[in-house]
Design a protein around this ligand. Structure first.
Ligand code: SF4
Length: 170
């Protein structure tokens, strides 16, 4: 997102085009309801202006970046919510099925753990048990690797589709 005045129509349009382009090039889709999407982008710009980072427009940010890293858009919860509910928590990102009109967005439960649980989370550097580890997916076309619950819809490097990914043994 850019740092322009969030009130400016040009800043909003630029932010929309920039987000749409980067989303699509990485295999993601923005909500096709343009008015709804623009409203979320306005709120992202307001948050960026207020906090110095684009905190999720649907969650209460603390104002402390280190405590909000998981909800800087796109948040840590986008991909699992897309896989399970066809949309992120705010509905800014949606699945291809929603874009195609085959599915509707339903209310999405909050996946972000409560603050106490987040504070007690074991830092990655001190080790993570193998049962907590995300699976690693490999694009069979270009070799791109990513660790996430599901393979991406589209490889961000070579644009191969989801079905061209395989589990990468660790
Ligand atoms: S829920 Fe959607 S809009 Fe909110 S931070 Fe996550 S990806 Fe961005």
């Amino acid at each position: 997102m850019n740092e322009a005045n969030p009130e400016s129509a040009k800043a909003i349009e630029d932010a929309y085009q920039q987000l749409k382009s980067s989303a699509e090039s990485a295999g993601y889709q923005l909500n096709p309801d343009i008015d709804f999407t623009i409203e979320l982008i306005k709120r992202l710009l307001v948050n960026e202006n207020r906090y110095g980072y684009s905190a999720c427009p649907c969650r209460l940010a603390s104002g402390v970046k280190a405590d909000d890293l998981d909800i800087i858009c796109p948040c840590d919860y986008r991909d699992p919510d897309l896989a399970e509910y066809d949309a992120c928590y705010c509905g800014l990102y949606v699945s291809q099925s929603v874009v195609a009109g085959k599915k509707a967005i339903a209310p999405i439960p909050e996946r972000r753990p409560p603050v106490a649980q987040r504070k007690n989370a074991v830092p990655l550097k001190t080790g993570i048990s193998s049962s907590d580890r995300l699976p690693v997916w490999r694009c069979k076309v270009c070799g791109y690797l990513c660790a996430r619950g599901e393979p991406p819809e589209l490889c961000p490097i070579c644009k191969a589709k989801k079905e061209r990914f395989e589990l990468f043994p660790l």
